[in-house]
Design a protein around this ligand. Structure first.
Ligand SMILES: NC(=O)c1ccc[n+]([C@@H]2O[C@H](COP(=O)([O-])OP(=O)(O)OC[C@H]3O[C@@H](n4cnc5c(N)ncnc54)[C@H](O)[C@@H]3O)[C@@H](O)[C@H]2O)c1
Length: 387
């Protein structure tokens, strides 16, 4: 197996060298990097553009890059939000593919383009099959395709679920920090829904300086709650309590993380939030609109978040306006809005494709810089228009 360094914007591959990224398991069709020379049409000026080699980055390499770099990923996600808010991105609505014969399943396409120093286009293609969990495999699976800024050629296919979970946890950790600066820092966290995303969020919170006196856990599935509890016992400090009552979980937490797969609101009583917690509403559809309306609401992107039957979308339908929104996370970071401490604060992040691109390109650059890219030889074929 050969590994190589490649800069997606360079016209020639750099010299391969020893790597900081450990070797990943073999993938087929891996060989020498060879940027394919551009082919000029007769009578036209030679083009400076080249066709990039195509690389495959498996999940183990993604994880090896991201593990231990949670702080950098939070910073990267915050920078990407700033870039997006400044207009240096293209992020159309996600496309939901649903199936009449499998109503709980979906596959979502998140196309995006990001400027700044990252300068990359691409798409995340992520499946959600909740029935997988019963079979002992993860609900979500994904690939992330990166496209070259100058030629449009795809130059990498990365395992996408680890990137997606990492950027989701990074935005939750960022929000936990940014949205609690004006109030007493939470010391009691409650996880409502205890799957992979809850685990990643706990990891990112811990890695960015949070510690909790109490950790509450609630899930419809006793097995999920027990599995998460066991994971926390290996990694967390503080007292861990499994709550069978959702009300008890919320009332005993000043930071509440929703990471369920609920399709419609199941938490309906605003009185459960009388203690004004900070709520990271990552799963987006758990809260009744009455709770949204009684809270200060922060989103990542207004147009994205107010669609697809999210709780803020239901609140907009109920009231006919968007007055219940306080602002975006970027508004909070930039100090354009201030938050109350006498109401719950709810963060509902739709999750933007630009975040996946930014984290995916970071992973790509690290793997390429370490000379560890698995390049699929001759992936692009028929490069001369007229043979
Ligand atoms: N906003 C974003 O950018 C973003 C990104 C990634 C994932 N997510 C969302 O995060 C959620 C969690 O993802 P995951 O991969 O951890 O899923 P998962 O299937 O691994 O875990 C979800 C858990 O929620 C539990 N659950 C379902 N309904 C519940 C209810 N009403 N009350 C209590 N528990 C309930 C399930 O039993 C399961 O254990 C999903 O909804 C996913 O769409 C959001």
């Amino acid at each position: 197996m050969t590994f190589h360094r490649f800069d997606a914007h360079a016209t020639k591959p750099a010299v391969p060298e020893a790597s900081a990224v450990p070797e990943a398991p073999a993938v087929s069709e891996v060989s020498e990097v060879s940027a394919v020379s551009a082919v000029s049409e007769p009578g036209t000026a030679p083009s400076p553009l080249t066709v990039p080699p195509f690389a495959v980055i498996p999940g183990i390499q993604v994880q090896q890059v991201l593990q231990g770099r949670e702080r950098q990923i939070v910073d990267l996600v915050e920078d990407t939000y700033r870039l997006h808010a400044a207009g240096d991105s293209v992020n159309p609505p996600s496309y939901f593919l649903r199936f009449p014969d499998r109503p709980t399943a979906r596959i979502i396409a998140l196309p995006a383009s990001i400027g700044g120093r990252t300068r990359v286009d691409g798409v995340k293609w992520i499946s959600s099959f909740p029935g997988n969990v019963q079979a002992g495999i993860a609900r979500a699976s994904a690939v992330l395709i990166l496209n070259d800024h100058d030629t449009g050629y795809p130059f990498a296919c990365l395992e996408g679920s680890v990137i997606s979970a990492g950027r989701t946890a990074a935005m939750a950790a960022s929000a936990a920090d940014r949205l609690s600066r004006h109030r007493r820092r939470p010391t009691r966290v409650g996880f409502f829904g205890t799957g992979l995303i809850a685990r990643y969020i706990h990891t990112y919170l811990t890695a960015t300086g949070w510690s909790f006196d109490q950790i509450g856990v609630h899930d419809l599935s006793a097995d999920s709650a027990a599995g998460f509890r066991a994971c926390l016992q290996r990694t967390a400090t503080g007292r861990i309590t499994v709550h069978t009552s959702p009300e008890q979980l919320i009332r005993s937490s000043d930071l509440v993380v929703f990471a369920t797969v609920a399709g419609r609101p199941h938490v309906t009583d605003p009185a459960w939030f009388d203690h004004n917690p900070l709520v990271l509403h990552v799963s987006l559809r758990d809260l009744a609109p009455e709770i949204v309306l009684a809270s200060a609401n922060v989103v990542d992107d207004v147009d994205h978040c107010l669609r697809a039957d999210t709780s803020p979308h239901l609140a907009e339908r109920l009231t006919g306006n968007r007055d219940f929104l306080t602002g975006t996370l970027d508004d909070v970071m930039a100090g354009r809005v201030s938050l109350p401490d006498d109401r719950p604060v709810v963060f509902s992040p739709f999750g933007l494709g630009v975040l996946d691109l930014a984290v995916g390109k970071y992973v790509y650059d690290e793997v390429a810089g370490a000379g560890q890219l698995h390049v699929v030889d001759d992936f692009f074929h028929e490069l001369r228009r007229h043979g």
